[in-house]
Design a protein around this ligand. Structure first.
Ligand SMILES: [Zn+2]
Length: 326
C-alpha cells in the first residue's frame, strides 16, 4: 500500500489530472478522459446524467426517490445481514469466498455515505458532494423503476450501480440471495479495476464494459466466466441457508425451497431455476468447494439459460481475449 501511495500508477496520475480539469470543459486530453471515466464513472454519470435516465429528474422527484431508496437500502442491508446469520448457523468453517458478498456489502455500508445514488445526485446539485468521503471501489444503489421492473436485480459496472427492487423484502431470503449474486459481479469488477495500471489498461477495461453493455439495437451479450462464479456462489449460499439440502440430494422440492426462503409466488421461476442448477452444480449429492472446477453440466445449463433469453455467450481467456461460444 505504501508503495502504491509513493508511486501512483500512470492511470491514477492521469485520472487525477482529469479530475482537476472537470470544471474546465474542453481542456481535457483523450487520455485524461479515458482514465477519468474509468476511475470516476459514477461521478460523471451523476454530473451529466449520461446513460442514466433514472437521474435526469426534477429536484422534487430526486428527493422522493432518495427517500424511497434510503428505506430500500436499509431493507437490503438488513436482509443480507440476516441471510449471513442464517448461513453462519450452518457451521463454523464457511470458506471465505462464500462470505465475500456479505463482507463486500458491509464494507460499502461503512465506506460509502452516498451509496444512495439519488442522494449523490442531490449532493452534486446542492454542492455538498465534497463533504463526503467516498472511498475507491464504492458502489451505489438505485431503484429498478419502470425501465427495469421485469428484472430481478442488476449491477452496472461502468458507474458501479446496483439496481434493487422497490419491493425488496428483508424476510425473503431469495431477495437477499439475488443481491448476493449481483454483489459477486461488484467484486469481479473490483478485481478488474485493481489490475489497471496504465491508461491503455483503462481503455481495454472500458471497451469490455462497452462490449457487454445492453443498448437498443445491439446484441445482448453475457460473459460466461462471470456468471459461473456468480451463480456458483449463489448456489453455495442457498445451499447453506437450506442447511445443506441442495447438495445432500435429500430430495428437497422446489416448493419446499420456496417456502423455506420465504419467496413470493412470482419468484417461482427463479426458484425452479435454482433447483435445476443445483442438481448440476452438486452432482450426485457431492459437495462443492470454491476452488473446485465447475461441473460441465452446470456450465452447459448456464450457457443454455442465457441463449434461451437471446444472449450471445462469450468467454474470456487468461490473456484477456474474448471468444464467442457457438
Ligand atoms: Zn449475474
Amino acid at each position: 500500500m505504501r508503495n502504491k501511495a509513493m508511486h501512483p500508477s500512470e492511470f491514477i496520475t492521469v485520472a487525477e489530472a482529469g479530475l482537476s480539469k472537470l470544471r474546465q470543459p474542453g481542456t481535457m486530453t483523450e487520455h485524461e478522459r479515458t482514465a477519468l471515466r474509468t476511475r470516476y464513472g459514477f461521478l460523471l454519470s451523476s454530473v451529466y446524467g449520461r446513460g442514466d435516465p433514472d437521474l435526469d429528474l426534477s429536484r422534487e422527484e430526486l428527493c422522493r426517490r432518495a427517500e424511497l431508496t434510503d428505506a430500500v437500502i436499509q431493507k437490503v442491508e438488513a436482509g443480507v445481514a440476516d441471510l449471513e446469520v442464517c448461513i453462519r448457523e450452518s457451521g463454523p468453517d464457511i470458506p471465505a469466498p462464500i462470505l465475500s458478498p456479505f463482507n463486500r456489502i458491509k464494507r460499502n455500508t461503512k465506506n460509502n455515505p452516498l451509496r444512495n445514488k439519488y442522494r449523490m445526485k442531490l449532493a452534486l446539485l446542492e454542492k455538498t458532494f465534497s463533504q463526503f468521503a467516498i472511498s475507491e471501489n464504492s458502489f451505489f444503489y438505485a431503484l429498478h423503476g419502470e425501465t427495469r421492473k421485469n428484472s430481478v436485480a442488476a449491477f452496472r459496472g461502468y458507474d458501479r450501480t446496483m439496481f434493487v427492487p422497490e419491493k425488496f423484502d428483508p424476510e425473503n431470503s431469495y431477495d437477499a440471495l439475488l443481491v448476493c449474486h449481483e454483489t459477486v459481479h461488484v467484486s469481479i469488477d473490483d478485481a478488474q479495476r485493481e489490475h489497471i495500471r496504465t491508461v491503455d489498461d483503462a481503455r481495454r477495461y472500458l471497451e469490455g464494459h462497452e462490449f457487454f453493455a445492453e443498448a437498443p439495437g445491439k446484441p445482448k451479450r453475457m460473459l460466461l466466466n462471470e456468471e459461473l462464479v456468480s451463480y456458483g456462489l449463489e448456489l453455495q449460499i442457498a445451499n447453506l441457508a437450506l442447511g445443506g439440502a441442495l447438495e445432500s440430494g435429500a430430495g428437497i422440492s422446489a416448493e419446499e425451497i420456496s417456502t423455506r426462503l420465504k419467496a413470493r409466488p412470482e419468484q417461482c421461476p427463479g426458484i425452479d431455476l435454482l433447483f435445476d442448477l443445483a442438481e448440476k452444480f452438486f452432482p450426485e449429492g457431492k459437495s462443492h468447494t470454491p476452488n473446485q472446477p465447475y461441473p460441465p453440466a452446470f456450465a452447459t445449463a448456464i450457457i443454455d439459460l442465457h441463449k434461451g433469453h437471446g444472449y450471445e455467450v462469450w468467454s474470456i481467456d487468461p490473456l484477456g481475449r474474448y471468444s464467442r461460444i457457438a
